[in-house]
Ligand binder design. Structure first.
Ligand SMILES: Cc1cc2nc3c(=O)[nH]c(=O)nc-3n(C[C@H](O)[C@H](O)[C@H](O)COP(=O)(O)OP(=O)(O)OC[C@H]3O[C@@H](n4cnc5c(N)ncnc54)[C@H](O)[C@@H]3O)c2cc1C
Ligand code: SF4
Length: 561
């Protein structure tokens, strides 16, 4: 196999897939290094078309597997039909100095196979709020700079939604929305009556409601409303790297994909002041290889990218690549998903809905837009939905035809809301390498030291009060809220550790996602996030990656890299 390339991409998930697509399309011979096994679209979705009765335990995971995997089995969507796309605990240890549930999916496609697909844009509020409200620093880029790249990504992956004209959640290039069901529409109207500045809108989701030519060219078709996405979708109805960006990159003839390749570190050459390549350990044989390239994209998912950079130690950078000011591994943030509220909605008994909607309506952030008005900083997005529950009214009907008939009647309407809150990036919330313990490939274990703070508690309190009030104003009954106090990490939106900024004194990366002190290394996954905002982050990683790839190609062509 070749050992020299124009570009190397570390990781083949959401952001790595985008780096591969853009770099290959622009003519760079690109090597994608992925630590996990290979996954091919359709062929490697073993459960995609299985019926509930095809599963040994009808969908439940065997107790033995659960006992062996107490951490990963907490993840949203982990079940018997999806568990093969999540890691197993004992193979990938790390050290929790403070409780932190680090959820990972190690395979070609990474977590793009099992992600939730919510795709809202950040607003200009989120890019500027940290500095305005004094809880962080501004991003080195503005919303206007990234907006065309959001469009670029949305057009390619396909995002459904409605143009709602909300400043806190800008519109994008949308395919038709899924639509609200009758109770969701009722909620929207009642909330608007009681709170004119609150907008409950259609889901903005990476789901093909009406495939366009560009999606058909990817071999993808319309979503069939099965809501079995996390098994992998044979229709390509939702976006993942394996259904979209990676095969697209392969079609250019410029892609080399090497699965089972655990990247150990990046090699720095002090003579050129650039990285010369990466050191890789074969996952299965444990053999070591070195691959060289002009440019390196680090897309191993936030904390793994930081781990690789921390482990890239040299005489020049003893504390990790480009880490001159003890910033690498610091300012780790996440999303606060602790609280949810559920309720019954009386009435609407003669109404139902068609299909299994794989999306959720969104209530855009309404807190601290512009000025800080609350006793906490930052804001939160709310995901919501309404559905008909199971009919439990089977009293007196014990067996046979009657029982089946009763069970197939829908029960009453249920409504839920849950929060996705911004957290404050703090130097103290950090990850670092263990000096003592290593994994089976000889790579130091990551230590996570990340926690909530008082701001998060205040935000949870506000969400609980407001969600209850909104549901009450819509006529709901039996309203119940819960703060589950889950550990950070379970949100699966870990961010930061190698943040972008205007100055090398307080950031690791410049406005193009290049390491200030090693310009041919670009970090474009969640590690680069200057703050966490309150919107789902992955589409921003994709937009930043596409923008950075264009920059890298320009730098190579002009001889700077
Ligand atoms: C259940 C669930 C629901 C989610 N819902 C949403 C949502 O609705 N909206 C949203 O925006 N986000 C969502 N996310 C988060 C989203 O999946 C991540 O933000 C996104 O996948 C991050 O992209 P990435 O490229 O950084 O990482 P990944 O997609 O995880 O890809 C990283 C890849 O790098 C590989 N890798 C790691 N270390 C190494 C190494 N040393 N060498 C080589 N390869 C390596 C991994 O195996 C992996 O394939 C969800 C995640 C989950 C699991
Ligand atoms: S809901 Fe749509 S995207 Fe999800 S599995 Fe079904 S067809 Fe595929």
């Amino acid at each position: 196999m070749e050992t020299s390339f124009d570009a190397i991409v570390i990781g083949s998930g959401i952001s790595g897939g985008w780096a591969a697509k853009e770099l290959c399309e622009q003519g760079l011979k690109t090597l994608v290094l992925e630590r996990g096994r290979d996954i091919k679209h359709i062929k490697d979705y073993p459960t995609a078309t299985m019926a509930p009765w095809d599963f040994k335990y009808r969908g439940d995971v065997a107790k033995e597997y659960l006992d062996q995997n107490p951490l990963i089995s907490k993840a949203a969507g982990f079940a018997d039909d999806t568990k093969h796309f999540f890691i197993q605990d004992k193979e990938h240890p790390y050290i929790q100095e403070k409780p932190f549930d680090w959820i990972r999916g190690y395979q070609v496609g990474g977590k793009s196979i099992i992600w939730g697909r919510a795709c809202q844009r950040w607003s200009h509020y989120e890019f500027t709020a940290p500095e305005r409200q004094g809880y962080g620093m501004n991003w080195p880029i503005t919303y206007d700079e990234i907006a065309p790249w959001y469009s670029h990504v949305e057009n390619f992956i396909g995002v459904c939604g409605n143009k709602d004209g909300i400043e806190a959640m800008p519109d994008g290039e949308f395919l038709p929305p899924f639509g609200l069901n009758c109770v969701e529409a009722h909620l929207r109207d009642k909330i608007k009556e009681a709170y004119p500045d609150r907008h409950l809108v259609d889901a903005r989701w990476a789901q093909l409601t009406q495939a366009r030519e560009i999606h058909l060219q990817q071999g993808r078709g319309n979503c069939q409303s099965r809501n079995l996405c996390m098994r992998g979708c044979p229709y390509g109805g939702y976006f993942s790297s394996v259904s979209s960006t990676l095969p697209w990159a392969a079609k250019t003839g410029n892609l080399t994909l090497r699965p089972d390749s655990v990247v150990d570190s990046i090699i720095y050459d002090p003579a050129t002041r650039k990285a010369s390549g990466v050191r890789v350990i074969d996952r299965l044989t444990k053999e070591e290889f070195v691959y060289k390239s002009k440019v390196i994209f680090v897309n191993a998912s936030a904390l793994n990218s930081v781990l690789i950079l921390l482990n890239s130690r040299s005489t020049h950078f003893p504390d990790g690549l480009g880490n001159r000011h003890d910033l690498l591994g610091r300012y780790v943030g996440f999303h606060n998903y602790r609280a949810s509220t559920s309720a019954d909605m009386p009435g609407f008994q003669d109404k139902y809905y068609y299909g299994r909607n794989p999306t959720e309506p969104i209530l855009a952030n309404y807190r601290n837009l512009g000025e800080q008005k609350m006793d906490f900083v930052g804001g939160y997005t709310i995901f919501t939905g309404a559905y008909r529950s199971k009919n439990h009214n089977i009293e007196g009907v014990r067996f046979g035809h009657d029982l089946k008939d009763h069970l197939s009647q829908p029960g009453g309407w249920k409504v839920y809301m849950y929060m996705q809150g911004e957290t404050i990036p703090k130097a103290g919330n950090h990850v670092r390498l263990s000096d003592l313990e290593k994994d089976q490939w000889g790579i130091p274990l990551l230590i996570t030291s990340v926690d909530y703070d008082y701001n998060d508690d205040l935000m949870v309190k506000d969400f609980i009060q407001e969600s209850q009030d909104m549901l009450l104003s819509a006529g709901c009954t039996h309203i119940k809220s819960r703060d589950n106090r889950q550990a950070p990490g379970l949100d699966i939106h870990e961010m930061g550790g190698c943040r972008m900024g205007k100055s090398e004194k307080d950031s690791m990366l410049n406005k193009w996602n290049q390491i200030h002190h090693c310009k041919n290394v670009y970090v474009t996954d969640g590690a680069c996030m200057t703050s966490t905002g309150n919107q789902s982050p992955s589409i921003l990683y994709m937009a930043l990656t596409a923008r950075a790839a264009k920059h890298a190609v320009g730098e190579i062509k002009s001889g700077h890299l």
